[in-house]
Design a protein around this ligand. Structure first.
Ligand SMILES: [Zn+2]
Length: 181
């Protein structure tokens, strides 16, 4: 359920059978989020919201509704670009260097550029579409190397170095950037 609030913008209402009362928090998109017990009606949710306005205003860093919409738009755009590019780039390098993975997943976490699971699923962050190509390729090569080494051992880095000689610089540059949208 969503409430369109004139002051806070779009408010996400999460119903949970475990919620005992109302809790307010901030979603990753900077929106106000409230978790309420399952039986809560829209009317009741709005009433909770109204009676907590002062506290919310004071304690929670809610993004301006215009900023919320701008971010949504940027995320949609990045996600579209990522879908049309990252799976193919991954496939290209996998074929080129003889790696076999199972699936490619696109993520939008705030913390990781990519990951590789033990069941050979490679996850790539849509935020990669914001960084220069050499850094993007480095993340792909890094995750592919994890198919052979599920750690950051010396052997792992030796394998990364085979395909990206500048991997150290790329790793350093990525650390200074934030994958979040
Ligand atoms: Zn790694």
């Amino acid at each position: 359920m969503r409430i369109d609030d004139p002051e806070f913008g779009e408010v996400l209402v999460r119903k949970s059978p475990l919620a005992r009362g109302v809790r307010f928090s901030i979603s990753t998109s900077g929106r106000l989020q409230m978790s309420v017990p399952t039986y809560t009606s829209a009317f009741l949710a709005k009433r909770f919201l109204n009676s907590n306005r002062a506290v919310i205003r004071e304690k929670l860093p809610i993004k301006d509704p215009r900023e919320q919409r701008a971010r949504d738009y940027q995320k949609k755009l990045l996600s579209k670009k990522a879908k049309e590019y990252l799976p193919y780039r991954l496939e290209y390098y996998a074929k080129l260097y003889g790696y076999t993975y199972d699936k490619c997943r696109l993520t939008h976490a705030n913390t990781r550029w990519g990951s590789c699971s033990s069941n050979k699923t490679i996850s790539l962050n849509i935020g990669l579409m914001k960084v220069p190509e050499p850094l993007r390729d480095y993340v792909i090569l890094h995750e592919l190397a994890h198919l052979n080494h599920m750690n950051h051992s010396r052997d792992f880095w030796a394998e990364v170095a085979l395909h990206d000689k500048n991997y150290k610089t790329h790793e350093k540059k990525l650390k200074m950037l934030n994958p979040g949208v």
